[in-house]
Write a protein that binds this ligand. Structure first.
Ligand code: NAD
Length: 700
């Protein structure tokens, strides 16, 4: 049983004991249910206290039970909440640490809730594609102002108990208890022992909305902020229902919506992302107990676009940074950009002035390697040139204290070779940040064949401190993300060559849920980057064929927004893409040169060709061991490339489509006129999974 039961001075104490977060698995639910029955039957018991063992009250459902029969075994959470509500003796939830999801729904079934200050109170179900399913959307708006409840349910964000306790008219928290929670809760329970009728949240009046447009505005806001996601919209519907229907009807409707979401693809996708993020930090051959090195301060080399952003990540986490450059002007420019970024946050009210000053006080600069010798970790972000990097790593090797971690932010160079420049290759690792580095959550950790296990364990820990989602990639051209992205871009060129227009491809990708279509991304990042890569490919890998459309527009100097023209035209100072006649003429010429008669291409074909191009490369990346699991690839795409969360990443998308269907589609693409046969040949891993009836992610 994951609960204990004890009677102290007339108060029955039910303690939830299901580490790490007292998840409401079957055994916890049964224990609570039986404890209540025992307390009711015992004439010596005047009141009941439910408390969490360990560091928290309750984090919600037991995620280990998801998808197993135990999740559906009675008593379910509804039955427990109902038993709490109908208990003939007062039940007090004594809450510390965390009360989330089902934990909060359980607490809302109790007659009273007492909390220590600083408890994190939340209904986070929206973030795994669901809505609270045990009355949370109906009861929370009865104890808090409806606007606040709506905000909590739709964002999933936690609010501290001391803030909630101060909300005028709130009935969520009966009392804040500063000292011994159990003693305080027991005393409170005895004070309430004689109260009848017992207060029940369900008996409180339906919430009243003062702003008639509240829910429609919330729907519009969420449609923008969480584009394409159903669960935030259903959360809004459910809270609106709380204002319209009686509580039993509301709970019934909430349950129906919950069930519909539970079986839909988005809940699968969002749960895949939720678990994938946690799984990404696990490296198969680097066990959790691998020792780590201390990283108390870092040095960053190069104060350009990336160096500045990387520096901010550490300053934000309270880790001192020494920034090294070649010239004082470069330092001044780099520090100026950092200041400007922070000042913009201060101006928007997103950062307090004193926090800004505190962060800047952690930053120092230097022109001398001697000054950084004692840093625990150094991250190089100089020009993308092997000779320059080799010079920097030779210097680092000469000056850095033994055991310092030497990291490179290279996006394309061979990290094995960078490591081999030094006499301590085991200390070298790639840390591939994404631009803007202070904003993007993804960090590809590039593990060279030399990198020591404790260096891997350390950088994964550091990544967490600076709030990045770290995904390990082996060494290859483009690592996980850019290697797959290249195939996506190749397909986008191919699609316009065959008959699609540039805006059509972008619109189809965006309707699928990508933050931006491939051509708009090209214009933002600079089309010259790919142009240079293709020139290199033509020498190194002549069999990799590209449609000439990409080169044709670059030859006209259409490098993107930075020059005011790319795949689109731009008005001076504006970012709005305007379809370009010159680009269309380029495409028409390529078609004419190749004798291609353009054909109408459906949006479905566009999306599947773009995504499956990535999937096939992803399969190869898995086969080569560059990524250790499919969910790692999906995390790269969700956190670094704007892949729609609603689909959970390219590999889950393929699984949800069905891998036999994926192969069938690829065969169809091979049959198209002029198709690249090699490109659409299913990668060995994909073919094998289909033959074995398996999937990439273990889900279908
Ligand atoms: P950048 O040109 O903006 O900045 C490079 C900085 O390094 C300049 O300020 C330069 O003065 C300085 N520098 C050059 N040589 C130096 C040396 N020997 N010692 C000290 N400082 C030196 O370039 P960036 O875009 O910040 O890129 C830096 C690195 O990050 C590259 O390896 C790049 O491939 C990688 N990267 C870039 C992006 C991106 O989107 N820009 C994304 C991921 C990774």
């Amino acid at each position: 049983m994951s609960t204990t039961y004890q009677v102290n001075g007339g108060v029955a104490v039910i303690t939830l004991n299901n580490p790490p977060v007292n998840g409401l698995g079957h055994s916890t639910r049964s224990g609570t249910f039986e404890g209540l029955q025992q307390a009711q039957a015992d004439a010596g018991v005047q009141a009941v206290v439910i408390i969490g063992g360990g560091k928290v009250f309750c984090g919600g459902a037991d995620i280990r039970e998801f998808g197993t029969p135990a999740a559906f075994a009675e008593p379910g959470l509804h039955a427990v909440v109902s038993a709490l509500e109908t208990c003939s003796k007062p039940v007090v939830a004594a809450i510390h640490g965390v009360v989330m999801g089902g934990g909060l729904e359980l607490a809302l079934g109790c007659h009273y809730r007492v909390m220590t200050p600083g408890v994190q109170v939340a209904l986070p179900e929206v973030n795994i594609g669901l809505i609270p399913g045990a009355g949370g959307t109906q009861r929370l708006p009865r104890v808090l102002p409806v606007e606040m409840a709506l905000q909590m349910v739709t964002s999933g964000a936690s609010v501290p108990s001391d803030k909630l306790a101060k909300v005028p008219g709130q009935q969520l928290i009966a009392k804040l208890i500063e000292g011994d929670l159990l003693a305080g809760a027991q005393a409170f329970a005895l004070e309430m022992a004689a109260v009848r009728p017992l207060p029940r949240v369900r008996d409180l009046p339906a919430p009243v909305v003062s702003d008639a447009g509240l829910f429609d505005k919330a729907r519009a806001d969420m449609a923008k902020a969480r584009r394409g996601l159903v669960s935030p919209q259903r959360c809004i519907d459910a809270v609106e229902i709380a204002t319209q229907d009686d509580i039993d009807t509301g709970i019934h409707k909430e349950g129906e919506m919950f069930k519909a979401l539970m079986v839909g693809p988005q809940a699968k996708a969002m749960q895949h992302a939720f678990f994938g993020e946690r799984a990404a930090s696990k490296i198969p051959d680097v066990p959790d107990n691998t020792p780590t090195r201390e990283v108390k301060n870092v040095a960053v080399i190069g104060a350009g676009t990336m160096g500045g952003g990387i520096t901010m990540c550490f300053l934000n986490a309270g880790i001192p940074v020494k920034l090294l450059e070649m010239k004082q002007e470069a330092i001044d420019r780099g520090v100026g950009v950092i200041r400007k970024n922070y000042e913009a946050q201060v101006a928007k009210g997103k950062l307090a002035q004193d926090k800004y000053e505190q962060r800047m006080s952690l930053l120092s600069t230097t022109l001398s390697y001697d000054d950084i010798a004692q840093a625990d970790m150094v991250i190089e972000a100089v020009f993308e040139n092997m000779d320059v990097k080799a010079q920097v790593f030779t210097k680092l090797d000469a000056v850095m204290k033994p055991g310092a971690i030497l990291a490179s932010n290279t996006s394309t160079l061979d990290v094995d070779k960078i490591a081999e420049v030094t006499k301590r290759p085991q200390d070298v690792v790639g840390l591939h940040f994404f631009s803007p580095a202070n904003v993007m959550r993804l960090l590809e950790v590039v593990r060279s064949k030399h990198t020591a296990k404790d260096v891997m364990a350390t950088v994964m820990q550091v990544a967490k401190k600076i709030k990045k989602v770290a995904v390990v990639s082996g060494v290859c051209d483009g690592f996980i993300g850019n290697r797959m992205f290249e195939q996506y871009v190749r397909q986008s060129f191919q699609l316009v060559e065959e008959g699609a227009t540039v805006p059509q491809v972008d619109k189809a990708a965006e309707a699928f849920g990508f933050a931006m279509g491939p051509f708009r991304v090209g214009d933002l990042a600079g089309n010259d980057i790919g142009f240079a890569i293709r020139k290199r490919r033509r020498v190194e890998q002549p069999d990799v064929v590209y449609s000439p459309v990409g080169d044709a527009i670059c030859e006209l100097g259409r490098f993107g927004q930075k020059v005011g023209k790319g795949w689109y035209d731009y008005e001076a100072g504006k970012r709005e893409p305007i379809p370009s006649a010159e680009v269309q003429a380029c495409i028409d010429k390529v078609r004419a040169d190749k004798g291609i008669t353009p054909r109408a291409i459906s949006d479905d074909e566009i999306v599947n060709r773009l995504v499956l191009a990535m999937v096939n490369e992803g399969a190869q990346i898995l086969e080569e061991g560059i990524a250790s699991k499919a969910s790692d690839i999906d995390m790269v795409y969700l956190t670094g490339y704007g892949f729609p969360l609603a689909w959970g990443g390219p590999m889950l998308y393929a699984d949800l489509l069905g891998l036999p269907k994926v192969v069938e589609l690829m065969k169809g693409f091979q049959a198209l006129p002029g198709a690249d046969q090699a490109f659409w040949t299913p990668a060995p891993r994909l073919a094998r999974l289909v033959a074995e009836g398996k999937t990439f992610t273990g889900q279908a």
